[in-house]
Design a protein around this ligand. Structure first.
Ligand code: UDX
Length: 429
């Protein structure tokens, strides 16, 4: 089946490539000429494990192509996905102007029946706006349906998440669109939930908010564990084995970041307020997350006494492992707070340093974890990259000025770290 994917950012590029992988013919469109040039010449504008090979494979097979021409993409396709960015405005509301622009372009380009599908994360009721705008610019009076098909892709495992999802959500307004979309997703073996458009839009916001709530819950519990002598990893295990709760997303740590959770949470609080509901629970989820990042700084201060003129080594900068994404990364909040207290910071991340340099030009960047350890008064582990778990800890300790280790992701066992001679503290244990 023929698909036009408008927006070759993270969501659009992964989804478009995976649709090609399951046998469809996909044209990816972007108005950023540089990005399309890079893709057409075999390059890759983002870092996502496995994506490079998958793009090459499907381009070679003739199922995947790139263009800056929206009209061409729309004309050749039955399904038109909107996967453009909805970045937060200063007040936290998502900026939907790109969606509007794309809806105008689709309306003007359509010459026969199309199914126009929202893939970007959008506020509930955006579908109605898309329908209205497409209708206004529908020059040829073509028939069309609007649908919502939210994505649940995690950076670092996005391809797997697309090909083997827990569920596929299809918000539709006609039987015709429902049948076509079910056919489109037929090669993917997963439960398919068919709903109205508003419910589909809400499922996305509700899922991300609920997952953020789970993380803030366990982070709040980590404080209670510290004060009462419990071990949050054990409490999480004991809770998670209850099938109604589940073990995932119960890792206490230095807070959540990334371009989805913080942004979507803020947006959902705003959407709820506009609908007349003060979603206080989610406001607290945000507050706990902010506090959790700063608690890492507090823990460091408690172990080195004064932060002024201390040298602190940071392991991991990306908002989570296996990505170079620095957007809303907890490392930024933590490093800024350390520097405000007068500490100097050196850091290492396996892939995110180039991006980090743009947001934090004033710290020292190192070639590896051992360089970070050299001469520091404390190490703070912020992102749990595999290579940190495999470090030669004896060597790390010998290189440090003081063997203070703040493990913001509970990578190491406290007893073993203490046995090695570290002054060690984790989160909630
Ligand atoms: C998330 C959603 O999982 C995905 O479904 C959605 O479509 C986009 O947003 P992503 O932002 O890529 O995906 O990352 P995710 O793996 O969900 O992690 C988000 C943040 O939560 C990271 O900063 C991570 O470190 C943190 N986290 C996650 C925890 O602190 N504890 C956990 O138990 C799980």
């Amino acid at each position: 089946m023929r698909i036009c994917m408008i927006g070759t950012g993270y969501v659009g590029l992964v989804s478009g490539t995976c649709f090609a992988e399951i046998g469809h013919e996909v044209i990816c469109v972007d108005n950023d000429k540089n990005k399309i040039d890079v893709l057409q010449s075999g390059g890759m504008p983002i870092y996502e494990p496995g994506l490079d090979e998958l793009v090459k494979k499907n381009v070679k097979a003739g199922r995947l192509s790139f263009t800056t021409n929206t009209g061409e993409g729309v004309d050749k396709s039955l399904f038109v996905f909107i996967a453009v960015g909805t970045p937060p405005k200063d007040n936290g509301d998502p900026d939907l102007s790109s969606i509007e622009q794309v809806a105008i372009e689709i309306g003007a380009a359509m010459r026969d029946y199309k199914i126009i599908i929202e893939k970007s994360t959008v506020p509930v009721q955006t579908g109605q706006w898309v329908r209205m705008v497409v209708e206004r610019f529908n020059k040829h009076g073509s028939e069309f349906d609007v649908a919502s098909n939210p994505e649940f892709l995690r950076e670092g495992s996005a391809i797997n998440d697309f090909l083997y999802p827990d569920r596929i959500v299809l918000g539709v307004e006609s039987k015709r669109a429902e049948q076509k979309l079910l056919e489109l997703y037929d090669p993917v073996d997963a439960p398919k939930i068919v709903t109205d458009i508003a419910s589909a839009e809400l499922i996305k916001h509700a899922s991300n908010s609920f997952l953020s709530t789970k993380i803030s819950f366990i982070n709040a519990l980590s404080v209670i564990c510290e004060k009462s002598g419990g071990d949050v990893t054990k409490v999480a295990e004991g809770m998670g084995l209850d099938k109604r709760i589940g073990c995932d997303f119960l890792n206490a740590g230095a807070g959540f970041g990334g371009f989805c959770f913080p942004k979507d949470l803020k947006a959902f609080i705003g959407i709820s307020a506009k609908l007349g509901y003060d979603f206080r629970l989610l406001k607290e989820v945000e507050n706990i997350n902010e506090e959790q990042m700063l608690r890492v700084v507090k823990k460091t201060e408690e172990l080195v006494w004064n932060l002024r003129d201390k040298k602190i080594g940071i392991l991991g900068l990306a908002f989570k492992p296996k990505t170079d994404d620095m957007r809303f990364a907890p490392s930024i909040t933590i490093i800024n707070a350390l520097m405000n207290e007068g500490a100097t910071v050196k850091a290492y991340d396996p892939v995110a340093m180039e991006r980090a340099k743009k947001v934090m030009p004033d710290i020292e960047y190192c070639d590896n974890a051992y360089d970070v350890a050299k001469g520091v008064d404390a190490i703070v582990l912020v992102t749990e990259w595999d290579e940190f778990a495999k470090m030669d800890l004896q060597k790390v300790k010998e290189m440090m000025r003081q063997p203070v280790f703040v493990d913001g992701r509970n990578v190491f066992e406290p007893a073993e770290m203490q046995k090695l001679g570290f002054i060690y503290v984790g989160i909630g244990r």
